[in-house]
Design a protein. Structure first.
Length: 165
């Protein structure tokens, strides 16, 4: 294996590890970064990179992970008694929280669920319970994204090993 191939592999793996950590540390991209690393490796290394089927599989996993994150937030809020307003608040709060860095990412779903539940006439205690559910759902979604990131990393490494025997 050439020096260039080693450098490309090491750079891709560093990006992928950062993507895995991004699932647990808000403000870092997660599965999209893992996918991007595999795609850039393929572009750089051409036939020595992973094939199109692996890239397509990884792309599908990215979409699944992003949907999972929002669904987990909504389900968590719903499980602890949120109405449809609280679920919408959790999702919108999560999206708006992206613009406020780590605190916004962590607190956005909670604040969104609590705000819309409270504005909808629910008691402060009931609204807070729905917000706590949104926060727990978001954390569960992050864990799911982490696991998908690891699967993507292992898929890349396995495919690369098989292609470069």
């Amino acid at each position: 294996m050439t020096l260039e191939a080693w450098i490309a592999l090491i750079m891709a793996l560093i990006m992928m590890i950062a993507g895995c950590l991004g699932s647990l540390i808000p403000a870092l991209p997660s599965t999209p970064l893992v996918f991007l690393a595999a795609l850039l490796h393929r572009i750089w290394m051409k036939e020595q990179g992973v094939n199109g089927i692996i890239l397509l599989t990884m792309g599908i996993l990215v979409v699944i992970s992003l949907v999972l994150e929002y669904l987990a937030t909504a389900v968590g809020a719903r499980k602890l008694g949120a109405s449809s307003k609280g679920v919408v608040g959790a999702i919108v709060g999560g999206m708006l929280g992206l613009f406020f860095g780590v605190p916004g990412i962590l607190l956005g779903p909670l604040i969104g669920a609590v705000a819309l539940e409270w504005l909808g006439g629910r008691s402060p205690q009931s609204a807070a319970k729905a917000g706590a559910g949104a926060l727990m759902g978001m954390l569960a979604g992050s864990l799911g994204k982490f696991l998908i990131s690891l699967i993507m990393l292992l898929l890349f490494v396995s495919a690369w090993l098989l292609a470069n025997q």
